[in-house]
Design a protein around this ligand. Structure first.
Ligand code: PMP
Length: 419
C-alpha cells in the first residue's frame, strides 16, 4: 500500500469510508476529470455526491473566487452584511426564485446539508406546536440526531446508539409493487383518531432518494402528498440537498410536479464550487424566528456566496436545462440498453435526470461494477440499503465526449461483472 494511504489508515478514524472504495491519493481535478498522485486520470461520475454539479474548478467560478481572495474579500463574517452575501441573495432571487414564481425567505442554517434539515425540523415544530415528523423508508437526511431520526436506514440509525424518537417512517411511493398505496395508508393513519397517533408537524421527503437507491417519486405521488399536507395543516419539506440544483434537469427537483413546498432544504451544489454552504428556503409566513433563536458561527460562507452567485448565471440560459435533459435521455437509453443486453444482472432502471442508475437483483453485482469501473479509472458510487444500485452522477455540465467516455467504461465494467 502507498505510504500516504497507510498514514490515513493509521491516523484517520475507522469511520472513513470513500477512501476504502477509491484507494488512491488525489491531487488535482478539473471539470469531470480528477488525477491521482501518479498522474492517472479518472472520470468523475460521483461529483462529490452531488456537491460538484458544475464539475471541479469550474473556470468562471474559479476566477471570481481567486479575484475575491486577491482583493482581500471578507472570508468570515458571521451573519453581518457583506457585498458577497448581498450579491448572492439578489441573484438567487432574480435568477432562480422569481422566474419560477417562488416567494421564499432565505435562512442560513449552518454549513452543511444536515444543518438545513435540522433547521427545517425545528421551524416545523415551532410553527405547528406539534412534535412528530413523517419521513420515508430509504430516505436520507443527514447524520445529526434530528436529521438521522428522519433517515430511513437502519445501519445509519444504529450509528447513534440510542433510539431516535418522534418520527414516523412511511413506505415511499411505489415502495412495494403490490396493492399497498403508501399515501392511502397515510391518510387512513391520520383519520384514525382511535389510534391515538398525533397529527405530525411536517412531512419530509426527497423527490429522488439519492442515498436510498435513486428511488424517484412520481409526479402524481408528490401532488397527492402535497394535497394531504394542505388538508391536515402539515408542513411539506422537500430535502433537495442531493436532487436539487439541476441534478434532475430543473433547478429544483420538484418543479415538474408543480408543488410548492413550505420549506426547501438546499446544500451540496448550492455553493457551486464544492465549498460548504446550506440554505433553508421558507415561506414568508413561517419566518417567525427572533434574531438569535437559531445561530451558528458558520452560517453562510462568503467564498461560497461568490461562487454560488456566479453559478446562477448558468440558469440564465434556457438552453442549460435542455442540455441536461438531452444528456439524461442519453443515460436513460444507455442504461435501458444495458439492462436488455445483460439480462444476467437482473437490472432495473432507477431515477431521473442526471441522477440515474441500475438496481441489480444479483447480490454484490452493483458493487462489482463500481469496483471494475474504478480499475478502469471511473469513479462511481453505489446506493441503496444493500448497495444494490450503481449510480451515475456526472457533473450536469459535462460535455458529450466526457459522458460517452464514462458510459463506455461502465459498459466494460458491466461486461466484466457478468463474466
Ligand atoms: N439530505 C440529503 C438528501 C443528502 O443526500 C445528504 C447528504 N448525502 C444530506 C441531507 C446531508 O448532507 P451533509 O452530508 O452535507 O450533512
Amino acid at each position: 500500500m502507498n505510504n500516504k494511504l497507510q498514514l490515513i489508515e493509521e491516523l484517520e478514524s475507522s469511520v472513513r469510508s470513500y477512501v476504502r472504495s477509491f484507494p488512491a491519493v488525489f491531487t488535482k481535478a478539473r471539470g469531470y476529470k480528477i488525477w491521482d498522485e501518479d498522474g492517472n486520470e479518472y472520470i468523475d461520475f460521483f461529483a462529490g455526491a452531488g456537491a460538484l454539479n458544475y464539475g471541479h474548478n469550474e473556470p468562471g467560478m474559479k476566477k471570481k473566487l481567486v479575484d475575491y481572495i486577491l482583493d482581500d474579500g471578507i472570508t468570515h463574517s458571521l451573519d453581518k452584511a457583506t457585498d458577497a452575501k448581498v450579491e448572492f441573495l439578489d441573484k438567487l432571487n432574480e435568477i432562480i426564485l422569481k422566474p419560477r414564481g417562488m416567494d421564499y425567505r432565505v435562512m442560513f442554517p449552518g454549513p452543511t446539508g444536515t444543518n438545513t434539515v435540522e433547521s427545517a425540523l425545528k421551524i416545523a415544530r415551532k410553527m405547528t406546536g406539534r412534535t412528530d415528523i413523517v419521513s420515508f423508508t430509504n430516505g436520507f437526511h443527514g447524520m445529526t440526531i434530528g436529521s438521522l431520526a428522519v433517515t430511513g436506514n437502519s445501519m445509519k440509525r444504529k450509528g447513534a446508539g440510542i433510539p431516535l424518537s418522534h418520527t414516523v417512517t412511511m413506505p415511499y411511493d411505489n415502495f412495494v409493487e403490490s396493492d399497498n398505496d403508501p399515501l392511502e395508508y397515510f391518510e387512513r393513519f391520520l383519520e384514525d383518531n382511535g389510534s391515538g397517533v398525533a397529527v405530525p408537524a411536517a412531512v419530509i421527503f426527497e423527490t429522488v432518494q439519492g442515498e436510498g437507491g435513486i428511488n424517484a417519486a412520481s409526479m402524481e405521488w408528490m401532488q397527492r402528498l402535497e394535497k394531504i399536507c394542505r388538508e391536515w395543516g402539515i408542513l411539506l419539506i422537500v430535502d433537495d440537498v442531493q436532487a436539487g440544483v439541476g441534478r434532475t434537469g430543473t433547478f429544483f427537483s420538484f418543479e415538474p410536479a408543480g408543488i410548492k413546498p413550505d420549506i426547501i432544504c438546499l446544500s451540496k451544489s448550492i455553493g457551486g464550487y464544492g465549498l460548504p454552504l446550506a440554505i433553508t428556503l421558507i415561506k414568508p409566513e413561517l419566518d417567525k424566528w427572533k434574531p438569535g433563536e437559531h445561530n451558528g458561527t458558520f452560517r453562510g460562507n462568503n467564498m461560497a456566496f461568490v461562487t454560488a452567485a456566479e453559478s446562477f448565471t448558468y440558469w440564465e440560459d434556457p438552453q442549460f436545462e435542455k442540455s441536461i435533459q438531452r444528456k439524461a435521455d442519453k443515460v436513460t437509453k444507455f442504461l435501458s440498453d444495458m439492462i436488455e443486453k445483460y439480462p444476467e444482472m437482473k437490472g432495473s432502471l432507477k431515477g431521473r435526470g442526471l441522477m440515474q442508475g441500475i438496481s441489480s437483483d444479483v447480490e454484490g453485482f452493483s458493487e462489482k461494477v463500481a469496483e471494475h469501473a474504478f480499475e478502469h479509472r471511473l469513479i462511481m458510487e453505489t446506493a441503496g440499503g444493500h448497495d444494490q444500485v450503481f449510480k451515475l452522477f456526472p457533473p450536469i455540465n459535462i460535455d458529450e465526449e466526457g459522458l460517452q467516455a464514462g458510459l463506455d467504461i461502465i459498459e466494460k465494467s458491466i461486461q466484466e461483472a457478468v463474466e
